[in-house]
Design a protein around this ligand. Structure first.
Ligand code: ADP
Ligand code: MG
Length: 493
């Protein structure tokens, strides 16, 4: 679709003094490739370490050093392209992007320019109202990361840490298809999710594995696109939303005052909640791109690409849809469970051969609820999928009530062990023996003659009696049996 044609829903328009405005957003996301070693050297690409621990002569750009392409990083980029339903270019070229910076020892960055490894694709984003929007991908290219200048360790000197220098990045450029900060946030969230499923980027924004340059312009709804500003290096989804909101209003203010937008690069300051100019288009670099003479073009056969395609895992959208159709889950529950591959695997292990809805309920409400509360994750959960599955079995077979099941879950959480053994050992089995239940019902009735009169006048009071009987049996009576007996004895239908 032609990006310019997509008009935002009117709820996303911004009211200005001269009428409504639409926000236009396009993102350039930098995603660090998950790989043991760097794009053109054998140095470790691991995060952290002492400064300059992971630096080879190639990364430090010593004279005469030559880059050697890391095939695994190339494969990761292709895998990501396939996950974005994008065109894989069987022929692509590495270029030198020339600029000077102290943390860029080569004096240029090896990147891809006119002929990137991946072409057009699409990411389907999910909005809160249940609607979806297709955001076009313009391209994905491979490039090297730069090092880091450190200015706050010495009063007069700056230090340079080259650990990141030469790590593989994928730059993923979207079309200007987003129309609100919510859509931009949903896009980054989905992109991150897809790459985490693929295992091509860990998506860790705090460690800088994922960061975005955010392009924002405004227009009167349906008009031609206006001039955009680019907000550099935003490294949190929340800050990105704030930066877009601020920037759109800033531009509307200028335009409504009769001014015009200068195309410029800006920075977002989260403390002040505003963007400020970094450089204008006139100061933009001329990078003097040219093909890197040290590297051959990348050439793939269709077979090689097909092999990677066949090894792709089920992706989040497909998984969510399958959870809805195979287990009868709501779209919401299915989305929660498929948000991460680890939680979806956990759910499927717990649900296998069982009632999917009950299993989902237990995983989402009991397990995730408790994990959240105690600051744990699905990777560090003390309750396994097998244990949850066993609890679900105990419920569906009528061995324990839902209430007792929660107690059992609590015991498994703190002490571990097999749920059915716990139920057996602690005598938690639900009482379905009508004799025993009848005895409890009779006792409660005998102790509360006044309440009997009340419930006969107002049958909705029955719940009170059920509660009393449940209490006197320690929650072990089968609630349905209690209900039936009470109705029978009180003569309520
Ligand atoms: P450049 O090569 O100058 O960086 P691109 O065409 O690569 O320009 O666009 C960079 C980013 O800007 C893309 O993500 C694109 O979607 C976005 N973009 C382009 N035009 C607009 C616009 N009018 N408003 C908002 N974003 C835009
Ligand atoms: Mg660009």
């Amino acid at each position: 679709m032609n990006s310019e044609k997509r008009v935002a829903a009117s709820k996303d328009w911004i009211k200005g003094a001269t009428g409504d405005w639409e926000i236009i957003i396009g993102l350039e996301v930098h995603a660090q490739v998950t790989s043991k070693s760097k794009l053109f050297s054998g140095s470790s690409a691991e995060f952290g370490g002492e400064p300059n621990d992971h630096v080879s002569l190639v990364d430090a750009a010593m004279p005469g050093m030559l880059p050697v392409i890391n095939e695994y990083c190339v494969e990761q980029a292709v895998r990501t392209g396939l996950g974005l339903k994008a065109k894989i270019n069987n022929y692509s070229i590495f270029d030198r992007k020339n600029y000077f910076y102290p943390d860029l020892p080569q004096g240029y960055q090896i990147s891809q320019y006119k002929q990137p490894i991946v072409g057009e694709g699409v990411v389907t984003i999910d909005l809160d109202d249940g609607k979806t929007v297709d955001v076009g991908i313009e391209r994905l290219h491979l490039e090297q990361d730069a090092g880091k200048s450190i200015h706050d360790q010495h009063p007069t000197l700056s230090y340079v840490d080259l650990n990141r220098s030469g790590c593989a990045l994928m730059e993923i450029v979207s079309k200007p298809d987003m129309r609100s900060s919510d859509e931009a946030r949903a896009y980054v969230t989905k992109l991150r999710q897809i790459m985490r499923y693929l295992g091509t980027c860990d998506g860790n924004m705090e460690q800088g594995s994922l960061r975005a340059d955010v392009n924002v312009s405004v227009r009167k709804p349906g008009d031609k696109f206006g001039t955009r500003c680019e907000i550099k290096n935003v490294n949190s989804v929340r800050f990105m939303g704030q930066a877009i909101e601020f920037e759109a209003r800033r531009q509307i203010g200028i335009l409504e005052d009769g001014g015009r937008i200068d195309q410029e690069t800006r920075l977002y300051d989260p403390r002040k909640g505003e963007t400020r100019s970094m450089r204008s288009k006139e100061e933009a670099h001329d990078y003097r791109y040219f093909p890197d003479p040290d590297l051959l073009p990348l050439e793939f056969t269709d077979d090689w690409v097909a092999t990677i395609k066949n090894s792709l895992p089920e992706l989040p959208d497909e998984k969510r849809n399958r959870f809805v159709s195979a287990y009868g889950l709501s779209v919401y529950d299915a989305s929660v469970l498929s948000a991460e591959r680890a939680s979806s695997d956990f759910f499927e292990a717990a649900a296998m051969g069982r009632d999917g809805k009950i299993a989902a309920n237990w995983v989402i409400n009991e397990l995730f609820g408790r994990l959240n509360k105690e600051g744990k994750t699905i990777e560090t959960t003390p309750v396994s999928a097998r244990q949850i599955g066993e609890i679900v079995d105990l419920i569906t077979s009528g061995t324990i009530s839902g209430k007792i099941a929660k107690d059992v879950f609590g015991i498994v959480w703190t002490e571990g062990g097999s749920p059915s053994e716990i139920v057996e050992r602690r005598g938690l089995k639900q009482v379905t023996d009508t004799g025993a239940i009848e005895k409890a019902v009779d006792e409660v009735m005998a102790q509360n003659p006044d309440k009997i009169a009340a419930v006969l006048a107002k049958p909705s009071m029955l719940g009170w009696f059920v509660g009393q009987v449940m209490k006197s049996t320690g929650g072990k009576a089968n609630p349905q049996a209690v209900n039936d007996l009470l109705r029978q004895k009180l003569g309520i239908n």
